[in-house]
Design a binder for this molecule. Structure first.
Ligand SMILES: [Zn+2]
Ligand SMILES: [Zn+2]
Length: 113
C-alpha cells in the first residue's frame, strides 16, 4: 500500500500496522489519518480516500467559535460567521454590524462585558 507524504511529497510503503489503520479508516469513510512517514519521520495527515494526494488533509472548520454567540452591539442578534471564496467576516443579521477580523470581534466582545 503506497502513500504519498504531504510533507516531503515522497511515496512510501505503509507498514503492516499503518496498512491496518488505513484499511480501517477507509472502511469508516474517514477523511483524515495521522501516519508517520518513513521518509521524513514526521506524523503527517493522510487522506485514506486518496493515498497519493499531494495535498495534506485538513479538517475543515465548518463552524467558527463565535458563530451563534450573542451580538455585542444590539444584544438581541446572533453572530454569524460568513466564509466563502470571496470574503470572510463575522456579522450580525439583526443590527447589520460586520467584523472583518477575529480581533475586531474579540475587542468588541471584551469591551461590552
Ligand atoms: Zn514525509
Ligand atoms: Zn447585532
Amino acid at each position: 500500500m503506497k502513500v504519498r507524504c504531504p510533507n516531503c511529497k515522497e511515496v512510501f510503503l505503509a507498514n503492516d500496522n499503518q496498512k491496518n489503520q488505513l484499511e480501517n479508516a477507509i472502511k469508516k469513510n474517514q477523511r483524515l489519518l495521522m501516519i508517520e512517514c518513513s521518509e521524513c519521520y514526521k506524523d503527517v495527515p493522510i487522506n485514506p480516500m486518496d493515498l497519493m494526494s499531494y495535498e495534506p488533509q485538513k479538517d475543515k472548520p465548518t463552524k467558527d467559535e463565535f458563530d451563534g454567540k450573542n451580538c455585542p452591539i444590539c444584544k438581541d442578534g446572533i453572530i454569524s460567521f460568513i466564509n466563502n471564496k470571496e470574503e470572510k467576516f463575522w456579522g450580525c443579521g439583526d443590527c447589520g454590524n460586520v467584523w472583518q477580523s477575529r480581533n475586531d470581534l474579540i475587542k468588541e466582545l471584551k469591551s461590552n462585558h
